[in-house]
Design a protein around this ligand. Sequence first.
Ligand code: ATR
Length: 277
Amino acid sequence: MNATQQTDTDRYAVIGNPIAHSKSPIIHGIFAKSTAQVMTYETVLSPLDGFELTVNNLILQGFKGVNVTVPFKLEAFALCDIKSANAFMAGAVNTLLFADGKIYGHNTDGDGLIADITENLGVSLTGKRVLLLGAGGAAEGVFQPILNQNPVILTIANRSLEKAQKIVNKFISNERVCHACTFEDLSHQAFDIIINATSAGLTDTALPIPDSIFAKGSLAYDMMYGRETPFIKQANANGATVADGLGMLIEQAALAFKVWRKVKPHTSPVIQQFRQS
Ligand code: ATR
């Protein structure tokens, strides 16, 4: 770690609507302390029709960067002067850096997921059969980073096939690896890593997925955290190892912190602290 002691207090924030529930100020507060960075991090509620104005006001106030959450990740993408490769492939941005009079856009969600699976859970995606459930913004944001890990198969299943197919079509050069299908098409298929990127857990709704998808020794990962979703219950009942998205939340925050401060904080103590509380 190359933490440098700062003399001025740099300001950061997370913008969303709603935003009061956000855990980001606590997470970044712990990161700042552990890396000796002098900075503040606050929540900013943006009007639904006023995202660009909100960002411009923060820039005028001297903010150095922001995280962006629901529902503004697409608008943030449109606002950037320069986009990272992951932001470009996701078509969405969760981290903005304000520097040299420009807005730099990053998407740390996918690499946050990969860090949680490979480093915290100790599971490699390389050579594995991976199933991604859902084809909304959350799924699109992690598709390229999963592909970068060289799975042998990456299947994306969604209620409406068109949305899953649209994501796969972006990766036409990987047509032997990437497949799109509906939930019904999953019968008799088995996977080593199953990632739930649907929002069905929010309403406690079970997905119409067959038990057969959970191969022996598989990992079932729900990008949602803080509740035992029907997906996690089903995975548990089928003997899979299960994980929720708390680690991903903290890892994507650490990667955003690194974009701003050029230092990567340790994440495991923070994950432990959140699990205990
Ligand atoms: P997010 O940004 O969280 O990805 P989103 O873009 O609205 O939110 O996408 C939500 C995803 O969850 C979609 O893939 C959606 O399926 P459809 O594209 O068919 O709408 C999926 N989803 C939500 N509720 C679901 C349910 N009850 N059963 C199956 N899929 C569901």
